[in-house]
Structures are given as C-alpha cells and as structure tokens.
Ligand binder design. Structure first.
Ligand code: TEU
Ligand code: CA
Length: 544
C-alpha cells in the first residue's frame, strides 16, 4: 500500500483566523490565496480548510445553512475557484470539511422539516414526542443542556448533539443520504481532493435512542452508511478522506480506516488528548499528564494499525489548545526546544501528519486573555454560563484557568505573520473578530521563515526528510522503555534500516543509554550530540 495520502503532510487552515484580505477583521479565501507561497515553502502537500460554507456562525461554521454556498464573510465561489486553481498550480491539494451529522437550523431542509409533521423533509431530521411532558431521554448536548429541543409548531422535540442551532440529520432516511452523496459529488467534480468528516461516527443513532447520556458514537449502521458513501461517491475519485471519530479506539479504527474496509482512509482519534482531562469536568479541570500513559496510547495505535489501516498524526487543531503550552513548555527559555521536540516525536511515527496553522511557528496559548469576554467559542461561553454562573460548580477563577489551558479559542487567535500591529493578520486599526496573542511581536512567520534555527525551519526539514527516507512513511514502530516517565524513545524498522527517535519531555537533563547511538544523526534540536546525555527537551533522530 503506497497511496499519495500516505506520503502526504497536511496543513490545517482555520480560514477565520488565517489571513484577512479586505480589512474586516475576519480571515477569508483571498487571504489564504495570498499565503499559498508560505504554505508551499513549508513543504506540505495538502491543505484542510475548516468549513467555508454559508452559516449563521453559531459554531463558527460547523452549523451549515447551505453546503454549496460560500460564507460571504470568507468571499465568493469565484474566490474559492481561484484559490483551488492556484493551489493546484502550486502542487497543493485542498480537502474540505464535510459536516453532515447535522446542519444549521437555518438550512432550507430544517426550515421545511419543522413546518409540519407531514412535510416532505420532516424525516431529514430526528423528531420525537415528549415523554411525560419532557425530553425523550437524558442525553446532553455537546455545548451544554439537553440534546433535545422542543419545537412548539409541531409539539415535538428534535435531536441536536451539539448546539440547539445544529439539528442532527436522520441518516436512516435514504433520501437524505442521497442528497448528501450528490452534494459530495458536486464538490469533488469541482476538483477538491477529499474531505475531513466532522463527527462522522455519530451519524448512526440507536433506534430507541438508548445508550449513555452522550451520543452512542459508532452506532449500529455507521459502517453500512460509510460503505454506501464509498460505493456511491468516494470510489469514483482519487481522493483522501479522514473521519473525525471521537471516542474511537484502535480496534474500531481497523474498520473505519482498514485497507480492505472500503470506508475511510484514516480517522482522528481523541484518545491521546484525553490524558490531562478531568473525568467529570473534561477540559475545564486540567491534570498533569503522564508521559507513560501518552506513550502507551499512541504506541497502541501505531502497533494495532500497522499493515492493516492508516494513522493520522496530530497534536493540534481548532478544537485543541496549542500543544507547546499543553505537553511542552511555552516559557521563553524552553518554547522553541519543546515545540521542535513535540513535532519530531509526532512526525517520525507512522501515519499522515497534520500541522495546524501556527504550530510550525511554535505558537502558544494566549496568556493575555484575562476575562471570559475575551473568548468567542460557544463551547467556552456555554460551559462558563452553566458551570460558573448557573450552577456554581466551579469558581470563575477555576473556570478561567481551565479555559486558559484547554479552551478551543487557544487555537483560534489570529495567525501571527509579522511584528506589525495585528500581526499582519489584518490592517492596523482594524479590530479582529478575536483578540491576538500578545506574543505576536516575538513569535511570527517573518521572524522564523529565514531563520535556520526556527521552529518553522525544523518543521520544513521534517517534510524534506519524509521525502528522502521511505522508512518514515513505511517503517514499523516499536516503543522502547515504556515505563520511562521522562523520555520517549521508539524505533522504526524497514528492511535493513532502523530509525531511532529519542525525546526528553522535561526541562531537566536526563541520562539514558538508549540516547547514545553511532547512527547517522538525521535531525536534532541541539547543535551537538551529547550521547547518553539528553538536555532539556532534546530530541534526536538517528538512522542506523
Ligand atoms: O468537533 C467534535 C467534537 O467532538 C469536539 O467539539 C469536542 O466534542 C469538544 O471540543 C470537546 O470538548 C467537531 C468540530 O471539530 C468542532 O469544531 C465542532 O464544534 C463540532 O464537531 C460540532 O460540529
Ligand atoms: Ca476579511
């Protein structure tokens, strides 16, 4: 198996925060087109665009009111066509964000569906009678409150696993599935190169809506639907698909991303990003993470999928805090070294790496966001309202500490291009839709692109090495010293070659025999090789 998407590196662009080209403080498609040279220079192959479709922005575009119209804040379809054309001319592919577990409540289908119980689109969504005057069950929505919303017009509840403005689509309805497949084909016929599929393992619900308080991910028909999608659409195009599958474990991924399963090419798991979350409060109460646990989870995925299915590799995205602030050390002393170390540990595993905008610069969480009014994300604002204001389960200080560490807006501050006002994201004097990270004056692309010691240069070099050494894409994986709580060492093997990766996850100097090698040093974040001595956040990659 040697598919183009197995050799690719993906760069995720969050359009709202990438580059504003018309000085309204909101990133847009023409802004992305202006930055294609930068993305190409990084050495990636694919751009994943978060949703760019018409939306009322209840969940920043994950509430779609028209799958085939461009959000006017981002530009026009002509702007998209120009972006796609120019990206392809540069040898860059573009994959779109497919959000078909739910639509916006302002989508034409839902406007029809809610009109009457006998409307032709009624069964595009999931409607249920009240039970004893209440919601059909105790499921909770992903952004707080019940997962059921009573619609007075017809006296029934509709299901929404996320906000009440994001009604879930009824995938049991073949007419709905046909409309989704037709829409997908129209985007693929425009030349897009594939899809990232939003919470795609939520699309099948149990018939009687039993199951735990949250959606029964991996429902009874999910594989049937994905195999049908493959048969009806995907198999006709040479495209790449990655499913976002919260709660999925390696054994299930063998089905979703199995080489012989005819479903998806790969999935995003969340399992490795659960190591610092609270059992009750999730990301709002943060715990120190165990490296042993992190290594164990990611190594299990490497070993379980090798030869059978394909891994995605990520630390960051628009829903996750910046990894250098989470698993590294974003102090002035250690930020660059720990950002490089985290990048190398991830990129030399088996799978397709995903670089989230700004990760290649070592961008951090914004320490300057002091108040809840600095935040925009519906998940943050609803959780603050529920846990602090309504229920007093957490104090404002506790909640802000959790938001600081783990809130999704940490990843959504404007991309830092220069040291100029507004970091070159938008014109000076314009107020961006969300505040900047105050450290843009020292952390920005202009500082890094020409600097051989920058995080940018390190990520670019990793992309160069990936093309030179097939062992990086095709080697197997073996974790070394699993019980080591400070150092992550693993090796990759292909034919008679071995790749050895050794990473110090601490600021303290460590001594490990495994770190001494007479192999060829392919990459390191220090100028010298100190053998068994590993300096703060030192990472070394040897070829033997
Ligand atoms: O995310 C789904 C998802 O599981 C995350 O929102 C996660 O539940 C949450 O961040 C945990 O705290 C996808 C999109 O990536 C996200 O941006 C959307 O908000 C969500 O689906 C609904 O479309
Ligand atoms: Ca704009």
């Amino acid at each position: 198996m040697d598919k183009w998407w197995q050799n690719a590196v993906v760069y995720q662009v969050y359009p709202r925060s990438f580059q504003d080209s018309n000085n309204d403080g909101i990133g847009d498609l023409n802004g992305i087109r202006q930055r294609l040279g930068y993305i190409k220079d990084l050495g990636v192959d694919v751009i994943w665009l978060n949703p760019i479709y018409a939306t009322p922005n209840d969940d920043n575009g994950y509430d779609i009111s028209d799958y085939e119209a461009i959000n006017p804040e981002f530009g026009t379809m002509a702007d998209f066509d120009a972006l796609l054309k120019e990206a392809h001319a540069l040898g860059l592919k573009i994959i779109m964000d497919l959000v078909v577990n739910h639509t916006s409540d302002e989508h034409a289908w839902f406007i029809e569906s809610r009109k009457s119980r006998v409307n032709a689109h009624r069964d595009y969504y999931i409607w249920r009678d009240p039970v004893d005057g209440h919601a059909p069950n105790d499921w909770e929505g992903g952004f707080g409150g019940s997962a059921w919303q009573l619609d007075a017009t017809t006296g029934q509840y509709y299901l929404h696993l996320f906000s009440k403005k994001q009604p879930d689509l009824n995938w049991r309805n073949p007419a709905l599935r046909n409309d989704v497949y037709a829409m997908m084909r129209r985007w693929l016929d425009k030349g897009v190169d594939g899809f990232r599929m939003d919470v795609i393992n939520f699309i099948s619900k149990t018939a009687d809506f039993t199951g735990d308080h949250r959606p029964v991910a991996n429902g009874p028909h999910v594989h049937e639907y994905l195999q049908e999608m493959h048969q009806r659409v995907l198999q006709d195009y040479d495209v790449m698909t990655v499913g976002e599958t919260p709660g999925v474990k390696p054994e299930q991924a063998l089905q979703y991303a199995g080489y012989t399963a005819d479903e998806l090419n790969m999935v995003f798991t969340f399992q490795h990003l659960g190591v610092d979350l609270d059992a009750k409060y999730g990301r709002w109460v943060v715990h120190p993470f165990s490296l042993v646990r992190l290594k164990q989870i990611m190594s299990d995925w490497q070993v379980a999928l090798h030869g059978h299915a394909w891994n995605s590799l990520y630390w960051n995205n628009h829903d996750q805090p910046r990894v250098v602030s989470r698993f590294g050390d974003d102090s002035a002393k250690w930020r660059v070294q720990s950002a490089k170390m985290l990048g190398a540990v991830l990129h030399f595993m088996e799978g397709t790496p995903y670089i989230y905008q700004g990760e290649e610069l070592g961008m951090t969480n914004p320490a300057n966001f002091k108040s809840i009014t600095d935040y925009r994300d519906i998940e943050i604002l609803n959780a603050y309202q529920e846990l602090v204001t309504d229920k007093h389960e957490l104090t404002a200080a506790q909640m802000l500490a959790g938001i600081h560490h783990s809130g999704r807006d940490n990843a959504r501050t404007p991309m830092q291009w220069t040291a100029a006002p507004n970091a070159g994201f938008t014109a000076a004097g314009v107020t961006p839709w969300i505040g900047l990270n105050a450290n843009y004056r020292t952390i920005n692309a202009a500082h890094e692109v020409g600097d051989p010691d920058s995080v940018f240069a390190f990520y670019r070099q990793m992309n160069v090495l990936r093309r030179q050494y097939p062992i990086i894409v095709h080697g197997d994986y073996e974790l070394l010293n699993p019980e080591d709580e400070q150092v992550w060492a693993y090796r990759r093997r292909l034919d008679d070659q071995t790749l050895l990766v050794v990473a110090n996850f601490t600021a303290a100097t460590q001594e490990r025999p495994v770190a001494r090698s007479n192999g060829q040093l392919l990459l390191s974040n220090y100028d010298t090789d100190a053998g068994a001595i590993l300096r703060g956040f030192e990472v070394k990659v040897y070829l033997l």
